[in-house]
Design a protein around this ligand. Structure first.
Ligand SMILES: *[C@@H]1O[C@H](CO)[C@@H](O)[C@H](O)[C@H]1NC(C)=O
Ligand SMILES: *[C@@H]1O[C@H](CO)[C@@H](O)[C@H](O)[C@H]1NC(C)=O
Ligand SMILES: *[C@@H]1O[C@H](CO)[C@@H](O)[C@H](O)[C@H]1NC(C)=O
Length: 203
């Protein structure tokens, strides 16, 4: 039993360690000005309505330029208003583990003159309140800046998306770590059962 528990703890730790080498959101500078077309409180229909996103470098930003920016990725993010009962929607500081912005809208080369994109809300987007965030990446694929369509507290310019079927989100939670954890728990269970079997044979 103790060995099984230890094994499980070890596997969980190695799973966490494998996904924890990433950039933190709090270390990232908000260098981009991002706007999205939905107005505050607008309700969009999945599979039908469109979102137009525009991004540009904030030229009054005190330090740096966008000369290292190579790629832009725009994501649809859950807003705090929909975090009630759903703590996993909160932003995780380690961006490699963050699931609050799990829907990709646009990924394209960063170019100041080509800084807008229109996206039809995909059919499988769950009903929730959202905002849009853009991340800039350098040539090594590292995060180098971001911007979002809402304020720092995620209270302004929030919009809603209504799923086609009233589909809700629980299915989306399953992360690699979560499923790995289930498989490993199963192994640990068999391991312990085997030991129990051996122990009773010896009696
Ligand atoms: C641009 O950056 C400056 C300095 O960080 C900030 O005060 C200002 O609010 C930013 N502008 C926008 C539109 O985000
Ligand atoms: C981004 O697009 C807008 C509207 O098309 C344009 O006015 C603006 O100059 C562009 N941003 C940059 C940094 O060129
Ligand atoms: C803007 O980017 C899109 C997608 O990357 C590309 O298809 C399009 O030709 C670009 N437009 C201009 C004017 O460069």
């Amino acid at each position: 039993m103790a060995a099984g528990g230890f094994l499980l703890a070890l596997l969980v730790l190695s799973c966490l360690a494998a996904s924890s080498n990433g950039v933190t959101f709090s270390s990232l500078q908000k260098t981009l000005i991002v706007t999205a077309s939905p107005t505050q409180g607008q309700v969009l229909k999945a599979g039908e309505d469109q979102i137009t996103v525009t991004w540009s470098y904030n030229n009054t930003f005190a330090t740096g330029t966008d000369s290292t920016y190579k790629t832009i990725k725009v994501k649809l993010c859950y807003a705090p208003i929909s975090q009630v009962d759903r703590a996993w929607r909160k932003t995780v500081d380690n961006l490699a583990k963050d699931k609050s912005c799990q829907f990709n809208i646009v990924a394209k080369p960063y170019s100041p003159s080509n800084n807008t994109s229109t996206w039809t809300v995909e059919r499988d987007i769950p009903t929730a309140t959202y905002f849009v965030r853009a991340y800039a990446f350098d040539s090594a694929g590292e995060y180098v800046g971001y911007g979002q369509s809402t304020d720092a507290h995620k209270t302004t310019n929030l919009f809603e998306i209504q799923a086609i079927s009233g589909r809700h989100v629980s299915i989306d939670i399953a992360s690699i770590c979560f499923s790995a954890f289930s498989v490993l728990s199963l192994f640990a269970f068999f391991f312990m059962e085997k030991r129990k079997g051996k122990a009773s044979q010896q009696k």
